[in-house]
Design a protein around this ligand. Structure first.
Ligand code: CTP
Length: 411
């Protein structure tokens, strides 16, 4: 399970949401316990319903402790406050998640069978239903299972592709329960309601570029890629079709699931990727920290100390934002960034004008709580209409504000 780190804002959308977690008897049931805990930590109100088979594999007590709510296994259990439990949970659910889902439970749901609490409650709910199959590859590929999945998909049930890899019985194939971050990402996308970027194409650059000196050494900068990833995630949550041009970074790669990623290393590669995808895009966020210079010549072999090299000749890289600004067509909007250590406003206004950007998000990297590697940022947003100074906030929440401001220009 990915640990919940201090300051992590992943999953803001789970706050106060009622999540019914249906757990069936796959060997991956123990992973659902981690998921219940994580959702609980993210502020969700998690109610677990286990099938009898699941309860044979893992004690309901574990789910009860990790979710903070009574775990239901028996439709006829009278040992809780009186209400028609399957109906009250079905009504309260913001989302109904079946994870892990066996071929058997998928078959029962598809067949309209309601012979336990899980199948009865899912039949009664109007909430979005998301199913995470986890089983042996042959069972998953069996035409009966696939037929049941197709039937449910046509009825609006959402299915997550299982991962490929080594399964519990030693076989390798499709059927593994996905990584927790992938599960959270899928749920977050469904629960996030503001889909104001639906149908829009968003191109984001993130991270640093690395300019090779020789096969061992390179020039780069301190960018970790956090702000760019926050923008990419926010755009995706809001329904955008997304392409992320990702340079060198120090990101937790498990958090960048579910988007088209174009990996680049040098400023030249980033230039090529951004210009090639620019015509496709409606909105561009140029949040990468691009090296302004590269070594004039790439050395084929490692430079030996004995050569006594004391200086490095540099050549200037192309300015990607400047080029995109030149190519901008009516309707396209570009947001650039500005990293400064002095004369923040003056220098950033210049960038807004010279690079033909619609927005410049400017920050002083020396200010505590702003800049590289932090989870927060303190910025000024510049446009042709003026400058807005924002308070310190998480990069996740800032990403949404930046998108709001760009959308306002588009209105
Ligand atoms: N940028 C770019 N290509 C470059 C350099 C910068 O596209 N070769 C973009 C950055 O991604 C950012 C904006 O231009 O969106 C401003 O980058 P910044 O490093 O703040 O300033 P520079 O334009 O490089 O100017 P200076 O280094 O003089 O501050």
């Amino acid at each position: 399970m990915c640990p919940l780190r201090k300051g992590e804002k992943l999953g803001m959308v789970f706050q106060s949401k009622t999540i019914v977690l249906g757990v069936s008897g796959s060997i991956a049931v123990y992973k659902a316990a981690g998921l219940a805990r994580r959702l609980n930590l993210l502020g969700a109100n998690v109610h677990v319903i286990m099938t009898q088979n699941a309860a044979k594999l893992v004690s309901p007590l574990i789910f009860e402790t990790l979710s903070g709510n009574r775990c239901i296994t028996d439709t006829f259990d009278r040992n809780f406050a009186w209400d028609v439990k399957h109906i009250s949970l079905a009504k309260a659910a913001d989302i109904f998640v079946v994870a892990p889902a066996t071929a058997n439970i998928i078959g029962k749901i598809a067949g309209g069978i309601c012979d336990d609490m899980l199948t009865t409650t899912i039949c009664a709910t109007a909430a979005p239903k998301v199913i995470f199959p986890a089983m042996n590859t042959q069972m998953y590929n069996n035409p009966i299972t696939q037929g049941n999945i197709s039937k449910l998909k046509n009825l609006g049930y959402i299915f997550a592709e299982p991962d490929c890899g080594r399964l519990a019985n030693g076989d390798t194939g499709s059927g593994r329960f996905p990584e927790e971050s992938k599960v959270l990402d899928i749920l977050e996308n469904i629960l996030f309601e503001k889909k104001d970027l639906q149908g829009r194409k968003v191109l984001v650059s993130a991270g640093a570029t690395a300019e090779d000196i020789d096969p061992v050494r390179y020039i780069s900068n301190r960018s970790t890629g956090k702000m760019g990833l926050a923008l990419a995630r926010a755009a995706k949550l809001r329904g955008a079709e997304l392409r992320l041009v990702l340079g060198e970074n120090r990101l937790d790669e498990s958090k960048i699931y579910g988007m088209e990623i174009l990996r680049v290393r040098s400023a030249e590669e980033m230039y090529n990727a951004m210009t090639a995808n620019f015509a496709w895009s409606d909105f561009v966020f140029m949040s990468a920290a691009v090296a302004d210079f590269r070594p004039a010549e790439l050395q084929e072999n490692k430079i030996k100390k004995s050569r006594g090299v004391k200086s490095l000749e540099l050549a200037e890289n192309k300015d990607i934002l400047l080029e995109l600004g030149r190519r901008k067509l009516p309707g396209q909007k570009i947001c650039g960034f500005s990293m400064e250590t002095e004369n923040l406003l003056e220098n950033s206004v210049k960038k807004l004008e010279e690079k033909n950007a619609d927005l410049i998000v400017a920050n002083d990297v020396l200010q505590e709580g702003a800049g590289f590697g932090t989870d927060s940022n303190i910025v000024k947003i510049l446009s042709r209409h003026g400058t807005e100074s924002l308070d310190i906030q998480s990069k996740e929440s800032l990403a949404h504000v930046i998108i709001d401001r760009l959308l306002a220009l588009d209105a």
